[in-house]
Design a binder for this molecule. Sequence first.
Ligand SMILES: [Zn+2]
Length: 169
Amino acid sequence: MDTPLIAKDHAELRLGDSFCLEVWHDNGFTRETVTLIAGIINDAAIDAYSYGHCWSLALALHGLTGWPLVFLGRPVCDPDSKFPHFLAGDVCGCQLWHLVVMADDGRILDIQGLTLPVNLEETLSRQGLRTFPATTEMLRAMVSSPTAVAQNLPAARIFATAIVSQAAI
Ligand SMILES: [Zn+2]
C-alpha cells in the first residue's frame, strides 16, 4: 500500500491517516523512515516518539495538559556517550535523553502513556537517569543539536489527544 504524501508540515493530517517520519536509531546516527497511523499507538509510534520525536509529542502534551516539560537524562556528561556533546544551558546535550511532561504529583506522560511516580523512580534508577526541569536553553540547544529531527506538531497533537484520552486525564 502506498503511503499518501502528506504536506511537509503535516498540517492536513487527520486521525487515521498514514504518514512517514524519520526516526533516530543508534543514538541518532542511523536514521530510518517509519510509517505511522496518526493517533494509533502501535510499535512504530512508540519507536518514533521514543527515539527522536519525543520532543514534538512532549510539546503537544504540554499544550493539552499544561504539565511542565521535563527531561529524563544522565546526571552528568559522559565523555564516552555516543550522544553529541553540546552546551544545553547548565548541562551537556549528551545528558538529555528523553522529553516528557510531568504533573505536580510526579506522574509523567509520553508515548508509553501515564507512568506513576513509583514506576518512574524504578525506571530512572535502573537506567541511572534523573529528571531535569526543561529550561528554554535546554530546549533551544536540543532543537538545534546536530542530530535533532524536525519538529512535527500536527502529528504529535493527534497522538497527544489519544494519549490524554486513554490516560483519562
Ligand atoms: Zn556530554
